[in-house]
Write a protein that binds this ligand. Structure first.
Ligand SMILES: Nc1ncnc2c1ncn2[C@@H]1O[C@H](COP(=O)(O)OP(=O)(O)OP(=O)(O)O)[C@@H](O)[C@H]1O
Length: 231
């Protein structure tokens, strides 16, 4: 079996080995994962009760926090070996993030919010970035890209956040409770968009969620209990 191929024959993309994350004041690790592989393009739910380690796992996978022990390799990049600045650059280039509380900037339009990560990452926007942002906003059902973000509904804001996460065509999309603060209809619409857009781009999708209807639509489910994966 080639080293970058999983047992099912698909390309291995994420590889965790002997990962342990400890926090001061906790006797046991908040997260302990002996081994985990995820293939390129997989769509995976991460479930577990409050305090089971979902956010800790998301923070490690996205490089927001440094891996305490073990290796966490995306493609050929071991995040455990990178400095905070290098992890930030890696994340900007490779990860689209959708968070529960949106992290959108008031005072900016929907379109400017979608373009903001690209503006922060470089001095000039790449050619076609505005057109692509407008196209993505239309795709997620935002009809007025110039509308100020603070005047939008929560469902609209989360759809803008989905467009923003996809704007750099990331290989990895990570969503932390993307439907938690939405009503059932808005949540279902956001879930549908995430799955559709990730599927079209072939991105690897990881979603931490308590939303049973969202979990039911993801082909693979990881269950965390007290920081351990249950199969
Ligand atoms: N910075 C920290 N310092 C100390 N303990 C922490 C820290 N961050 C998380 N923990 C602990 O690690 C464990 C896992 O927390 P984590 O936030 O990953 O859980 P979670 O599954 O995301 O929970 P929730 O669904 O409530 O958001 C918990 O016991 C938590 O108290």
């Amino acid at each position: 079996m080639p080293p970058d191929t999983t047992r099912s024959g698909t390309t291995r993309f994420l590889r965790l080995r002997a990962v342990e994350q400890r926090f001061p004041g906790l006797d046991t690790p908040a997260l302990a994962i002996p081994s985990l592989d995820i293939a390129a393009g997989e769509q995976v739910a991460v479930m577990g009760p409050s305090g089971s380690g979902k956010t800790t796992l998301i923070n490690l996978l996205t490089g927001l926090e440094r891996v305490g022990q073990g290796s966490l390799i995306w493609g050929d990049t071991d995040l455990a070996t990178l400095s905070e600045g290098a992890r930030d650059r890696w994340r900007a280039a490779n990860v689209g993030l959708v968070m529960q509380d949106f992290h959108l900037f008031p005072g900016l339009s929907a379109l400017e919010n979608v373009l903001l990560p690209q503006r922060l990452a470089r001095l000039a926007l790449p050619a076609g970035a505005r057109a692509e942002a407008g196209r993505l906003l239309a795709r997620v059902g935002i009809e007025r890209p110039g509308q100020a973000i603070e005047t939008m509904s929560r469902g609209q804001m989360q759809r803008v956040a989905v467009a923003r996460a996809l704007a750099v065509r990331p290989a990895i999309i990570v969503a932390d409770e993307p439907t938690a603060s939405l009503d059932a209809d808005s949540g279902a619409a956001v879930a549908q968009l995430l799955l559709e857009l990730a599927g079209e781009s072939g991105a690897t999708l990881l979603v931490a969620t308590h939303d049973a209807s969202l979990v039911a639509r993801l082909p693979r489910v990881l269950r965390l209990e007290s920081g351990r994966l249950k199969d």
